[in-house]
Write a protein that binds this ligand. Structure first.
Ligand SMILES: [Zn+2]
Length: 492
């Protein structure tokens, strides 16, 4: 009896020991997929092998015992999408499902001039608690201006304040920020002059950084705003990117090609200007951006906004803390409820939100043909400008562009969502299917990959995405996150 007991114990011990023995991790072999590599080159059918987090082999590959196989027959294999203007970091869950479920494997945050108070702390927290996708960040001008000037920001900064802001930018550049972002249509950056912006940008440039900007105006003063970003590019000699490029004023509709000639001629003068864009006619922001003169109680300005920049039917109130009953309604519907004209309602809502802050609107200001013309520009890349809730772009921007009839080939569209985006952000090692590059990959049905999110149901997941791989690990399959967190922090 005793001996028998001993034998049993020994065999349990052997089993346990065997389980502890390090088993060699298998390579991942994706077979027979239609590969679109991101460079714009024609698709081809082939296989791809991943070892650890890297792509190690592409072509007609022999299967080895060490391979774990994924069948890619009939599906497109592309690099993961790179979202160069994202607010998905507002997600409290590490899976960041809104992004990965639409094929985004890298998000670039710190946009519109707003970044984390300390990028060093933020990046450290991501090291111990990584996400399912990669993340990189800009340092925000609004954030440093707020920190230095506090509530006394409605003026130009003093020399001392500029020096203090420069130090904060240098600190975050040393922590790995990609460059400087501005949001010149928002407080407090709206009160800065171009010289201040140039001074800040030069600091980022000293660290090899770039400049990305939600420009001072996307409607009334679009042309002047383009002049401003080109001046920043010229005087700092750094690459400059226009965020979520749009022509958001009726008087500008149909002029996308003309605007692009300005950028092309700047490029031929040596200014490295690029842009990103999302494929929707509606934007999402605050009510106040519709008042470029900041005269929120002026009826004339409100009337202009509601006729030239958007319409009462085209404004959907997304968030309104002062009276949440209005959320989900258009401005026209709210005006009808209140039995008054839309201009009066608009002015009243702004007044209410000044007393009880917290508002956001989704408004229609763009022409579809302009969106298509801009998206065909060779130096533009896709972005979502999306968040986990609100505008449907948060869940659908990338597949929506894939399905939009822009006259571009699938190869070109994928290029704009991958390689071109990586280039515009100055990130190498991702965005191309190539040996030695990170295995951030998507497998999707060529006909079936479609966005489903709408303005009424903005968090509906896209369909037709078979697998999402980040750093060689499957992070999304069977329509759900796998709860694997293989995302990396990408630093300048
Ligand atoms: Zn923006």
């Amino acid at each position: 009896m005793r001996k028998f007991h001993y034998i049993i114990s020994l065999s349990i011990l052997l089993v346990l020991l065997n389980q502890c023995k390090p088993t060699e991790e298998k390579n991942l072999l994706i077979q027979n997929a239609t590969i679109i590599d991101g460079t714009g080159a024609d698709r081809f059918v082939g296989s791809l092998r991943i070892k650890g987090s890297l792509i190690i082999d592409i072509g007609d590959l022999t299967v080895f015992d060490t391979d774990s196989i994924i069948d890619g027959t009939g599906m497109i294999l592309s690099p993961g999408f790179i979202d160069t203007h994202s607010h998905h970091d507002g997600d409290t869950l590490r899976t960041v499902e809104a992004a990965i479920s639409q094929g985004i494997t890298t998000i670039i945050v710190g946009q519109d001039g707003f970044s984390r108070p300390s990028l060093s702390n933020y990046f450290d927290s991501l090291k111990t608690s990584p996400l399912s996708l990669n993340i990189a960040s800009y340092v925000g001008h609004n954030t440093v201006r707020q920190k230095v000037m506090g509530n006394d920001f409605k003026r130009e900064a003093t020399i001392d304040e500029i020096e203090a802001m420069k130090k904060l930018i240098a600190r975050d550049m040393q922590s790995g920020a990609l460059g400087l972002s501005t949001g010149l249509e928002y407080d407090p950056g709206i009160y800065s002059n171009t010289q201040e912006v140039i001074e800040m940008a030069k600091v980022a440039s000293q660290y090899g950084g770039r400049y990305i900007s939600h420009m001072r105006s996307e409607d009334m003063y679009l042309e002047q705003s383009i002049d401003e970003i080109l001046r920043v590019g010229k005087e700092t000699n750094m690459p400059v990117q226009i965020s979520h490029f749009k022509l958001a004023r009726k008087g500008l509709w149909g002029k996308a090609a003309k605007i692009l000639t300005i950028l092309d001629s700047a490029r031929s003068d040596g200014i490295d200007v690029t842009a990103d864009i999302y494929p929707y006619q509606y934007w999402q922001s605050t009510m106040t951006v519709l008042f470029p003169k900041r005269d929120f109680d002026n009826r004339e300005s409100a009337a202009f906004a509601l006729s030239e920049l958007t319409t009462p039917e085209g404004v959907i109130v997304n968030k309104f803390n002062a009276n949440p009953i209005y959320e989900g309604l258009t401005l026209k519907e709210i005006a009808d409820l209140r039995k008054e004209d839309a201009v009066t309602t608009f002015i009243t809502l702004i007044k209410m939100s000044q007393e009880t802050p917290g508002e956001s609107i989704i408004a229609k200001s763009m022409d579809l043909e302009d969106i298509k013309t801009l998206s065909r520009w060779p130096h533009i890349n896709l972005c979502s400008d999306g968040a986990p809730s609100g505008h449907p772009r948060g869940w659908g921007a990338f597949p929506r562009y894939l399905n939009m009839d822009t006259g571009e080939s699938l190869e070109t569209k994928i290029h704009k969502m991958t390689t071109q985006a990586a280039e515009n952000m100055g990130i190498d090692s991702i965005g191309i299917i190539k040996e030695g590059y990170y295995a951030d990959l998507l497998l999707f049905g060529i006909e079936s990959f479609k966005d489903k999110a709408t303005f009424k149901e903005s968090t509906l997941k896209a369909e037709g995405l078979h697998k999402v791989i980040v750093s060689g690990k499957v992070v999304f399959q069977n329509k759900a996150p796998t709860m694997i967190y293989s995302g990396r922090v990408l630093k300048n």
